[in-house]
Write a protein that binds this ligand. Structure first.
Ligand code: ADP
Length: 480
């Protein structure tokens, strides 16, 4: 079975968050289970692309409104990621350094989707399933079904996975001419609230959609940035599949990015060595608990609460606790956090920016990871943290609810709180600081969380079941 994954991100080519991690790992595990899974990305002018060898396997042409473009399909020659990787280059439109943030983002991603469809139409090589990730690829299910130009593709099953429903790829109807001629009687499928909404269109038109955790699927029906009633209507098409983690990349026994290797049995010593190096790097005190935060500094992640949480906890436990934050995002939050550095010297460390290697050092050297997220479709940080024996302290939402069991339960291993507000997060951190004083209990819980299996094998099998069902349906072997 041939499944093409279409995405804006894929680790290690281009990663901004969890989408990159998932698309960099899931296809590898699918390939190991007999699926011919490949990934198609926009071309990026980035390190991985410059340092690896690609060959041009197809050249074609397309049309974005009145703008004619030529595109080139490049394939990484050695399949070093464990699956075939294709990049679509459209000079002037897709040869960029950053993944997001350009003023012509709509043109960028619409052209990417059109070039992909042109490629499979012009080459005549049709996959068995097209798997779209997030809104950047959300027009594909509609175009395949209702655009005359791509009529030959209309029987190919499409799956879309929602990694983040907050961003939806909105654009005005004045840009409808970007799309090739469509069946106008179906144009309502593109619309939500008077604008073209790529994510809504993909949910309406795909054969099935998946969310990256079962709880997130439930949540979308009452909190999805305006699409609540759509998710209620389309619920029967939704499947919640929890993300896995790439246990080869995220492994404290072999991770080349951390200071000392360790396994479950040596978690105490191993984490201590990593913590020592990290505390030295940031001028913190190794004998006190180290609470870390890694992520985008945005409201979804509850990052606006961080300055107050850090200030309160550092004041309440003066010289008895350390905080270390890695992230970037809203300027106000960055500034407020920066201002706390001098107020809580030797207790608080901060790195504003994106640093993959530092993230690994934080997972290995931290004692606790704080996630006060308001919205967390799956959350990978808590899964990586647990693999490194770092206890998650999380708000009970989305995937955090599905993966973290509070230590008050018999089989628990984490700390949960019930609202993304400062008081609740601070109280939860108080529990963490108390636990830190009981190293035997802490070690027992660390060993328990390190024994959990969040590898991709289980989740990849669920995707495989879905593809198998859809291809049977396509061939009329089974009814939906
Ligand atoms: P998101 O909503 O951002 O996709 P996830 O929890 O699904 O959240 O995934 C976040 C991923 O991005 C993790 O691999 C995390 O380690 C990484 N990450 C986030 N911010 C940073 C940063 N500033 N530096 C390095 N890695 C980061």
């Amino acid at each position: 079975m041939n499944v093409i994954h279409l995405s804006a991100e894929c680790y290690p080519v281009a990663k901004v968050g969890g989408l990159g991690d998932v698309v960099g790992a899931l296809p590898k595990y699918l390939c190991r289970n007999g699926v011919q899974a490949s990934v198609v990305l926009p071309y990026y002018d980035r390190k991985f692309v410059r340092e690896n060898k690609f060959e041009t396997v197809f050249e074609g042409y397309g049309q974005l409104g009145h703008r004619h473009f030529d595109f080139y399909i490049l394939r990484e020659v050695s399949d070093k990621l464990g699956f075939p990787l294709y990049l679509i280059n459209i000079p002037g439109l897709l040869d960029r350094q950053e993944v997001y943030g350009y003023p012509d983002e709509i043109e960028q991603f619409v052209a990417f989707q059109l070039a992909f469809l042109e490629w499979i139409v012009q080459s005549g090589e049709h996959p068995d399933v097209i798997h779209c990730h997030d809104h950047h690829t959300g027009l594909i299910p509609f175009l395949v079904s209702h655009s005359f130009r791509y009529n030959s593709l209309k029987d190919i099953p499409t799956v879309c996975t929602i990694h983040n429903g907050e961003y939806q790829g909105w654009f005005g109807w004045n840009k409808i001419s970007y799309l090739p001629e469509i069946d106008l009687s179906k144009s309502g499928l593109l619309d939500w609230g008077g604008t073209i909404n790529s994510l809504a269109a993909s949910v309406k038109c795909c054969w099935n959609f998946t969310t990256v955790s079962p709880s997130y699927l439930e949540e979308l029906s009452y909190r999805s940035n305006g699409l609540e009633s759509l998710f209620r209507m389309e619920k029967q098409k939704g499947i919640g599949i929890i993300n896995g983690i790439d246990t080869e990349v995220w492994n404290p026994e072999t991770d080349p990015l951390i200071s000392a290797h360790y396994k479950r049995e040596s978690v105490t010593e191993g984490k201590k060595d990593n913590k020592k190096a990290l505390c030295k790097e940031f001028g913190l005190k190794v004998e006190h608990p180290l609470i870390v935060f890694i992520g985008r500094l945005v409201g979804e992640k509850g990052a606006d609460l961080l300055p107050e949480i850090v200030d309160r906890v550092c004041t309440a436990y003066k010289n008895k606790v350390n905080f270390l934050i890695l992230g970037s995002g809203e300027a106000g939050v960055e500034l407020q956090l920066g201002a706390l550095l001098s107020r809580h010297k030797k207790q608080f460390g901060l790195f504003i920016g994106y640093d993959e290697a530092l993230a690994h050092r934080l997972y290995a050297g931290g004692d606790f990871i704080l996630m006060p997220s308001r919205v967390e479709p799956c959350g990978l940080n808590q899964l990586y943290a647990m693999r490194y024996g770092t206890m998650p302290v999380v708000n009970s939402t989305g995937g955090l609810k599905d993966t973290v069991v509070d230590m008050n339960s018999a089989e628990g291993y984490g700390i949960r709180f019930n609202q993304s507000i400062t008081v609740d997060a601070t109280e939860a951190l108080g529990r963490a600081i108390t636990l830190y004083k009981n190293p035997e209990k802490l070690k027992e819980l660390q060993e328990r969380m390190m024994s959990l299996d969040f590898s991709w094998d289980r989740s990849a099998a669920e995707y495989l079941d879905l593809y198998t069902r859809l291809t049977k349906l396509q061939h009329g072997i089974e009814s939906n």
